[in-house]
Design a protein around this ligand. Structure first.
Ligand SMILES: *Cc1c(COP(=O)(O)O)cnc(C)c1O
Length: 458
């Protein structure tokens, strides 16, 4: 029983230097609760035969670590070493410093969001982006909403509520989670008219389906899968001619929608937004946080009269962007005015365009250091080849040669065990399991230090 006397009371702990320091950081209420829990645990340990003096000496560190764990949130920075650059579950694009700066300024002070600084009258929040989007896409006009799913929803609802929307069967895709094209179309109030077959759709299929009830022809980029073999789709320019002849608008949902030709980074050539506009689509929709490399947003660019109709739709108010993202988007889009320095300034493009050799050199440099950190917990580290992916449904079957670290341990559950430990770190390290090893693809690791520091907490 004598052991208990070595322990302070809750009040004594709060008055101590350690207690005061913790109160300064976490506040009295949190520290009081943690101290109570810590003292309960210490008493339980003493009852099991532990020494009171030891328990008393350990109390401050114990309370501090409980408080650190309690205040640690799931929404903390992780290292994305999955090999998927635009990982939807890890928040997709990370922003350029210019965009972060712009967002921070927008958060810290009032800004002329819907205020015309020249005339002093009312302005429109989308005006801050409209000019840039026109310039970068060649479109007549633009409007911006919460994300690309919202862009598709409001565009369909505006053009074809209570009317028909024609889509090729091969383009009725599920993007993931609850985003299935047919469901979005139903919620937009349109009647889906499926044409063609899964693998082949012809111009005549569209022409036959168009009638008095047709509100829109929808073309969807089949982002996350590719049909190969005996296939036929109607190319956008041909479809635009069919739509124009019938007087029906053509909406082209590009999904990832790049503003620059990705082949300059060694990736497969995909139509850019400007090309989709030039090919004659009346409206083109694309995401802000996929290949564009900005914050979450959905863009609709195209014909001025149709954009004006969308802006008058009451849904626009429900789907509009806040000032923080508008500021970040403006800064991000501005970077596109200098394409030569884009890959250097925009993290998404920097990561996508990193040459394999530079990543392999980083892996060779890090392997012995990581091996030394992981050997004590029974894991061996070697460098290895990797195949990165863009992610977010962009170019799904294409991989980019990359390099990384292969972490192997004893036992069939070794990769799962290590993966769980790395996820539990103060800065979690997220890899992927392949062939019985945990693989860390280093494509998105900017600094060696980041990984070494994260693993040092093991
Ligand atoms: C990703 C994607 C969407 C959804 O975009 P979000 O910005 O995630 O809402 C819609 N259509 C296509 C073709 C896509 O690839």
């Amino acid at each position: 029983m004598a052991g208990f006397r070595a322990l302070p009371s809750v009040d004594q702990f709060l008055q101590s230097d350690a207690g005061q320091a913790l109160i300064a950081e976490h506040g009295r209420a949190m520290v009081t609760d943690a101290a109570r829990a810590g003292l309960d645990a210490a008493r339980a340990a003493i009852r099991q035969g532990a020494s009171g003096d030891d328990q008393a000496a350990r109390l401050p560190a114990h309370v501090a670590s409980e408080l650190a764990a309690a205040t640690r949130t799931g929404l903390r920075p992780v290292l994305n070493l999955t090999g998927t650059v635009l990982h939807t579950n890890l928040g997709r694009a990370i922003l350029a410093p210019q965009a972060i700066q712009a967002a921070a300024s927008a958060m810290a002070a009032p800004m002329a969001l819907e205020f015309d600084l020249d005339g002093g009258g009312r302005g429109q929040r989308d005006d801050h982006l409209r000019g840039l989007l026109r310039e970068l896409t060649g479109a007549e006009d633009a409007t911006i909403v919460n994300n690309n799913a919202a862009a598709v929803l409001i565009a369909l609802n505006t053009l074809a509520q209570g009317r028909e929307a024609i889509v090729s069967r091969g383009e009725l895709i599920e993007i993931g989670g609850a985003f299935r094209m047919p469901d979005i179309m139903a919620r937009a109030g349109t009647r889906l008219i499926e044409i063609g077959t899964t693998n082949r759709t012809h111009p005549g299929d569209y022409e036959e389906a168009i009638g008095a009830e047709t509100g829109v022809i929808l073309k969807v980029h089949t982002s996350n899968y590719r049909i190969e073999g005996f296939t036929a789709q109607v190319a956008a320019p041909r479809l635009a001619r069919i739509a124009a002849a019938a007087g029906v608008p053509l909406l082209n949902d590009l999904g990832a929608g790049s503003l620059v030709d990705l082949s300059i980074f060694g990736l497969r050539r995909e139509p850019t937004v400007a090309e989709a506009v030039a090919e004659g689509a009346d409206l083109v929709t694309f995401s802000g946080d996929k290949l564009l490399g900005g914050p979450q947003a959905g863009f609709i660019v195209g014909r001025r009269d149709l954009i004006a109709q969308i802006d008058r739709n009451p849904l626009k108010r429900a789907l509009r962007l806040d000032k923080i993202r508008i500021a970040a988007l403006q800064a991000t889009l501005s970077l596109y005015r200098d394409p030569d320095r884009l890959a250097e300034r925009l993290p998404t493009l920097r990561h996508l365009s990193r040459p394999r050799d530079s990543i392999a050199a980083q892996a060779a440099r890090l392997a012995p250091q990581i091996d030394a950190l992981l050997a004590p917990i029974g894991f061996h580290t070697a460098s290895c080849d990797c195949a990165s992916q863009i992610g977010s449904g962009a170019l799904p079957v294409d991989t980019i040669p990359s390099a990384g670290l292969r972490l192997t341990g004893q036992g069939g559950d070794a990769p799962d065990r290590l993966s769980a430990r790395l996820r539990a770190l103060p800065r979690p390290v997220i890899g992927h399991i392949r062939d019985g090893s945990l693989i860390l693809d280093l494509r998105c690791l900017d600094e060696d230090r980041d990984l070494l520091d994260a693993l040092a907490a093991l």
